[in-house]
Ligand binder design. Sequence first.
Ligand code: HEC
Length: 133
Amino acid sequence: MGRYLTRALGRMGFGALILLGSQASAQALADAQDIAGKRLFLRCASCHALNANAPGRIGPALQGVVGRKAGSLAGAKYSAAMLATDFVWTDAMLDKWLTKPNSVVPGTAMAFAGIPNPQDRQALIAYLKKAGR
Ligand code: HEC
């Protein structure tokens, strides 16, 4: 069931996993979270590359962003608001950021409405950590 299930869940979104959690194997759950994260990253990909060596986009490359000081990627263009911050990106900070960027850095140049679903944010952060390391 693994392949079919993870494909189907990838389409439905990670939230659907909660309902199926007791029947699916841990591996299928991890795969499905991965697929959901990858799909969610499409919302970021117009402005962000994952690979730090990719040509610059409007936003900074997100490879290795967890554990990185905010506004610190060499060569990236940041707003004055972002440059004035002093914190490191953690899962918790990213969760807030992806809910509403302006609530973390008022005046940020990242024009993004936010991802309201907590499971979606979790899947995306897991994806960033795995694919972007
Ligand atoms: C419309 C373009 C756009 C979209 C879409 C977008 N971003 Fe951004 N992002 C930016 C810009 C521009 C910045 C720099 C913000 C600043 O300097 O204030 C940024 C900054 C960031 C930072 C801070 C990086 C650092 O080096 O401190 C993170 C993390 C981030 N974005 C994650 C995401 C994720 C994850 C998504 C997808 C859900 C996303 N962004 C969608 C444009 C975008």
